[in-house]
Design a protein. Structure first.
Length: 140
């Protein structure tokens, strides 16, 4: 089994709340950052998606907060797409501290929006597969 795609993120002081730990909304930003990094690593840019008339959308996010993160901590944010049949897909993500402790787990349900029709495309896999220079990174 290959190691999941991941990006390093250092917790910045201005992202923390009054308790001194990472604000809950910033966890979402870290997950979004990792998703876009994975898409870019697969060879797809935002301009490529726009040129095709589509854009990724998040339909649902479930987060399990397990350990706090503090300013200066180094983390790793993993990201893996899980494709099924139909208009939606899942993305499984984890934020880990440098010592391997899991700080948060995400399950994201997403789709690919037709920007003209404002509806989800029937098979997002085909769009991603056609645009990607390395579709294996996307699990395709």
């Amino acid at each position: 089994m290959t190691k999941p795609f991941s990006v390093p993120v250092t917790v910045r002081g201005y992202e923390t709340d009054v308790q001194g730990h990472l604000n809950q909304s910033v966890y979402l930003q870290y997950a979004e950052h990792a998703r876009w990094c994975l898409i870019a690593e697969a060879g797809i840019g935002q301009a490529d998606l726009i040129a095709k008339g589509v854009g990724p959308v998040v339909l649902e996010t479930t987060i399990r907060f397990l350990r706090e993160l503090r300013a200066g901590e180094e983390t790793e944010v993993t990201c893996g797409f899980i494709w099924g049949e139909g208009k939606t897909h899942r993305v499984e993500q984890t934020i880990r501290k440098a010592d391997g402790t899991v700080a948060a787990e995400f399950t994201v349900v997403g789709g690919l929006l037709d920007l003209k029709e404002r509806r989800l495309v029937a098979d997002p896999r085909e769009y991603f597969r056609a645009l990607a220079t390395d579709p294996l990174i996307l699990g395709l």
